[in-house]
Ligand binder design. Structure first.
Ligand code: HEM
Ligand code: HEM
Length: 146
């Protein structure tokens, strides 16, 4: 397993830990509902998306039989995704007490995080390669099933 794949999965697990703790905090202390966007994104952009990124970088090249288009872009994505999410989640946590600093962190973290997603989109899109019709031995054309 590539180190960046392992580190996406490690990040995902760390975000799950943080996201679940925020969830428990909201569950036991109703005024912490202010931090719901931090909980949601720690879990959905942190745990769920980072797990998908890591697993996809590992399996898509194996499914397609062609190497990942760029390992360097994938490593960059690992950093950009985590730094961006720290900005987003940190900003949402800060906002109730320090509105302006929190909002600036949410804005910056959001743009950085989104940049990471576009690195992923481009890298995997190019790894998939051109659309090709698979040759199936013994089948001349595909028609409706008999
Ligand atoms: C022990 C684990 C968790 C606890 C205790 C927890 C707790 C909570 C609480 C108290 C809320 C606020 C509900 C409200 O609006 O009144 C909430 C919202 C939410 N949680 Fe969790 N959560 C947990 C795990 C997760 C996980 C693993 C995910 C996603 C993978 C998740 C996704 C969400 C989402 C999307 C919302 C917002 C729902 C909405 O928009 O109304 N949570 N959670
Ligand atoms: C760079 C990526 C993303 C950015 C910048 C972003 C930004 C935001 C913002 C600004 C909000 C409104 C928060 C508020 O109520 O103040 C929001 C809400 C939400 N986002 Fe995202 N988001 C991103 C990715 C995602 C992804 C990938 C998912 C799901 C897989 C997601 C799920 C949600 C949900 C469920 C809510 C409603 C939260 C709630 O109930 O309070 N977001 N997002």
């Amino acid at each position: 397993m590539e180190p960046f794949v392992r580190n996406f999965i490690r990040s995902s697990l760390l975000w799950l830990g943080g996201g679940v703790l925020l969830g428990v905090w909201m569950a036991v202390s109703p005024q912490a509902i202010l931090y719901r966007p931090a909980h949601v994104h720690a879990n959905l952009l942190g745990f769920v998306s980072m797990m998908i990124f890591g697993v996809a970088y590992h399996v898509i090249p194996r499914f397609t039989g062609s190497p990942l288009r760029s390992r360097r872009v994938a490593v960059l994505h690992l950093w950009v995704a985590n730094v961006g999410l720290v900005g987003l989640v940190g900003g949402w946590l800060l906002r109730p007490s320090m509105w302006e600093a929190g909002t600036a962190a949410v804005m910056t973290g959001g743009v950085v995080s989104a940049t990471g997603s576009f690195l992923f989109i481009g890298n995997l899109w190019l790894t998939l390669g051109p659309v090709r019709r698979a040759a199936r031995p013994g089948v001349l054309h595909s028609g409706p099933a008999a």
